[in-house]
Design a protein around this ligand. Structure first.
Ligand code: NAD
Length: 373
């Protein structure tokens, strides 16, 4: 494939965000150099740093730049400094704003455990051995985007949060989940609370009505309480999980815990196409780790791999990076969160240096077309 030219907006954000995005963009530039691509990286203010400079977590210029980009890479936002602000003015409000502003309604989180890291899973090795699934979470509706209200009724304080879904909102995310299942092992589990919630009745009816269009997919349904239990008891049963915004928020963090560290998991958020998709590690700004050269950069590096595959169709390049990571892990190097022996622990900067060395030593021009095949 001839070299590609892509514009990528980088939003380092707060806390460890700048550290992990810096690591991932260095790997991205190594990839560009090795494969003859051009990745134009444009850094913009987002989150707490944007509040400090522009008085808002999502400045107009930042949103405009993301809209014009081929993809966006986000670190993390938030921290104690901004916790005194009202909720709607905090860095985290920028996260909902950017999802809305970019029209992102699908969130994808893969959970595939790397061979060398299976021992850090809180589950027994035999339970975790065949764990390889994806969670497709609806991102733009549900109780997070409904009306929130606190009133006083008959002298008593009362709060209400409204959950709303329409058939088209369910269809567009379900279509994506069915397609992922077709491309994987052909099994889709839709998670709802059909026995209680009107939104879940609509959700299930809509998903069931779509199933005949995907004859190679086996569709089943689980209540969210059962799904949360099944994730721990028999995670290998899942291939693609489809669920609503709030259930997905909770289940995807539970699923991430199966990997043993939140610092490992990437994610993608997209709208109708992967052009302009947003990639980010699932962790937050980890204030206590900031500036200690201890943050795990892998969630962000794997997010870059997702970007290469999903938005740019550069699978060989993504495989090249992931294999480099596997070789560094096989040599026993770990950041503290993924070490099962203190002797393995190295600073993040050393882990990155070794990864870049590994990558540079394992791509010579003659090998270029051998990778990932
Ligand atoms: N998408 C986002 O930007 C996002 C997501 C979650 C939380 N937050 C914000 O981040 C701040 C801290 O939140 P929190 O403590 O609940 O969540 P967190 O993800 O920042 O931290 C949770 C735990 O995981 C550890 N951790 C996180 N990332 C790590 C990494 N890369 N390597 C090693 N260890 C890592 C932390 O040290 C901490 O022990 C809050 O302001 C919160 O609102 C932002």
């Amino acid at each position: 494939m001839p070299g590609v030219h892509k514009k990528i907006v980088v939003l380092p954000g707060d806390g460890i965000g700048p550290e992990v995005t810096s690591a991932a963009t260095q790997v991205l530039q190594d990839c560009a150099e090795a494969f003859g691509h051009r990745f134009e990286l444009l850094s913009h203010a987002f989150g707490g740093v944007a509040i400090d400079t522009f008085g808002t977590p999502l400045p107009k210029e930042t949103l405009a730049a993301c809209r014009a980009a081929d993809a966006t890479l986000l670190g993390a936002v938030g921290g104690p400094k901004w916790e005194v602000l009202p909720l709607e003015q905090r860095p985290e409000a920028g996260l909902l704003g950017i999802r809305r502003g970019l029209g992102l309604f699908i969130n994808l989180r893969p959970l595939r455990l790397r061979e060398s890291l299976r021992r850090i899973s809180p589950l027994h090795l035999e339970r975790i051995a065949h764990c390889d699934f994806e969670i497709v979470r609806e991102l733009a509706g549900d109780i997070y985007f409904g009306r929130h209200e606190t009133t006083v009724e008959n002298g008593v304080e009362v709060a209400r949060d409204e959950a709303v879904y329409s058939v088209p909102e369910v269809e567009r995310v379900a279509k994506y989940a069915f397609e992922r299942a077709v491309a994987r092992r052909g099994h889709l589990t839709s998670v709802d609370k059909h026995n209680i919630l009107a939104t879940s009745v609509l959700w299930r009816k809509t998903v069931v009505a779509m199933a005949p269009q995907y004859p190679t997919v086996t569709l089943d349904h689980q209540y969210v309480d059962n799904a949360s239990m099944q994730l721990v008891l028999r995670p290998e049963q899942f291939d693609v999980i489809l669920t609503s915004n709030m259930f997905g928020d909770i289940l995807s963090d539970e699923a991430a815990a199966l990997a043993g560290s939140i610092g490992l998991i990437p994610s993608m958020s997209m709208g109708n196409t992967t052009k302009g998709a947003l990639y980010e590690p699932i962790h937050g700004s980890a204030p206590a780790l900031t500036g200690k050269d201890a943050a795990n950069p892998l969630g962000t590096i794997f997010s870059v791999c997702m970007m290469l595959r999903e938005s740019f169709g550069l699978r060989t390049e993504a495989d090249w990076i992931e294999r480099g990571v596997d070789r560094v892990l096989d040599r026993g190097l770990r950041t503290a969160d993924i070490a099962d022996d203190p002797k393995q622990i190295v600073p993040s900067s050393v882990f990155l240096e070794q990864l870049r060395k590994e990558l540079s030593e394992n791509l010579r021009p003659t090998e270029q077309h051998g990778w990932g095949v």
